[in-house]
Design a protein around this ligand. Sequence first.
Ligand SMILES: [Fe+2]
Length: 378
Amino acid sequence: MKQSKLQTLSWSDYLMYETNGVMPISGFSQHAIDDGRADWMARDLEDKSLWSFTLTQEQKSTLDTAFANAKATKLSIQELSRENFPLVDMAPLFERIQFELEQGRGLFLLRGFPVDAYSKADLRYMYVGFCQHLGVAVSQSSGGDYIGDVRNFNVDVNSRNGRAYTSKQRLTFHSDQADVVGLLVLRTAKFGGLSKLASALAVRNEIARTRPDLLEVLHQPFCWSWQGQQPTGASEWYRQPIYTECEGRFSSYYIRTHIISAQRYEDVPRLTVQQIEAMDLIDALAGSEKFHLSMMFETSDLQFLNNHVILHSRTAFEDYEEDDRKRHLLRIWLSVPNSRPLHEGMHTLFQDRRPGAVRGGFPSRDGRQVFETTVSVT
Ligand SMILES: [Fe+2]
C-alpha cells in the first residue's frame, strides 16, 4: 500500500485541495489485484459455455405462464415484482447469473429470450418482470427512463447532452452508470454493431505492472459532464476517479466522452498530459485483441455486464431501410443484491455506496417512470 501524506484524508477533504488532480488519494494497491476470474484475457473466454446459457423450452414456458398471469391480473409494468411474476424453477439460473457478474468474469450471455413470440410492448413487460429476479431497475435518465431503447435516433455522441446509446456511431470502451447493465436484442443491424467486452480489471492490472505512475493518476479525480442528467440544482459536472478500491474490491468507471465533454466548462481544470496518457492507455489495452472479446449479437440474446469490472464498446452500424428491421436493443440498469461496496469517491454518482444497495443511474427528476425512449434523449 502506498504511503502518502493524504492517506488519512477523506474524499471530501481531498476535493478541497483543488489540485488539477496531481495529488494521490488514499489507499489503493500498487500491485495486480487478484479477484479471481474477473481478470480475464480474450483467450480465457473461448469456451462460451462458461459464461453463456440458452433458455430451455421448460424455462420459456415458465416465462410464458408468468407473463400471461401478470397480464390477466392487469398488473402495470411498474407493479411487476418477483412475487407476481414468479419464475421459481429458474432460481438456479438467476443465482448463476448474479454470481458470474459479481464473483466471476463479470459478464453473462443468455440466449433464447422469446423475442419472436411477442410484440415489442409485451417484451418490455416481460423483460422487466424477468429482471425483477436479478435486481432492482434504476433510472437511466433524468426523465425517468427505466428501459432505454438502444437504437439510432440520429443523436451525435459528441453533442452537449448526447447519450451514446441513441446513436449509430462507434462507441469507445466505457462503462454504464449502474452496477449492472442488461441488453436485450430485439433486432440486429444490417451491418456492424459488433459488441466488444474487455476486463477492466485485466486492463488495470496491466497498467499496475507497466505504468504504476498512471495507475496513480487513474485513482485521482477526473471531471465528468453529467450530460444534462444532473440532479436538480446540481452543477453540470462532477468529480470522480476512474479507478477506486473499497474493502479490497476494485471498481472501474470510465466514459471518456463524458470526461472530454466536461472540458467545455470554463471552471473545469484542463486535462493534464498524464490524464490523457492514462486514458489513451486504457483505450489501447482494451482495444487490443489480446484483451477483448468480440461478439456479434443475435436476435433474442440478453447480455448482462457488471460495469465495475467490464468495459464495453460497439462498432458503428448501418440499419435496414424498413423501420421494423432496424437495430433495436432494450437496455436496463440494475442494482443487484450481491454488489460490492464502493469507495467514497463514487458517492456523487452512486449516492449509496453500501453493498447490495439500490444505487446509481440518473434519478428521475419528477419521479416519473418511463419504459420506452420515444424521443432523442437530451
Ligand atoms: Fe454502454
